[in-house]
Design a protein around this ligand. Sequence first.
Ligand code: FES
Length: 150
Amino acid sequence: MSTHELPELLSGYAGEEGDLIPLLQAVQREYGFISEEAVGTIAPFLKISENQIYGVASFYSQFRFTPPGRHAIKVCLGTACHVRGGQILAEAVSRELDVAPGEATADGRFDLQRVACLGCCALAPVIQIDDDIYSRMTVIRLKEILAKYE
Ligand code: FES
């Protein structure tokens, strides 16, 4: 779907202020993020200001305003992973890729997220890259693993 199809997406909504969150969720589902263009189209449709949209959307961590990277890295910071070095791992990924959680690398290669649990606590600490799970992760293995993803 291209952003030119945004008006088509809007046609499923009544144009009321209460549509804001469902609409933002739909835009993010379709495009992977909420672009300036999308905000500029939604604002007049709901008869609210762009600032109001940013204000509401930035309150919810689920919304992002920058395009996602090509590969999604999820570093688990759930209890099991945390006690086995998840935080150190998360910091190492940030350092290695020069990226903050919730953002994409400058080259668009990776996207970093911190998550609460990946559902495989016995294998802690765990990171996931796209659909691949890396268990009992160490900072030493990190470089080698990241190099597999172009
Ligand atoms: S706490 Fe990390 S996988 Fe469950």
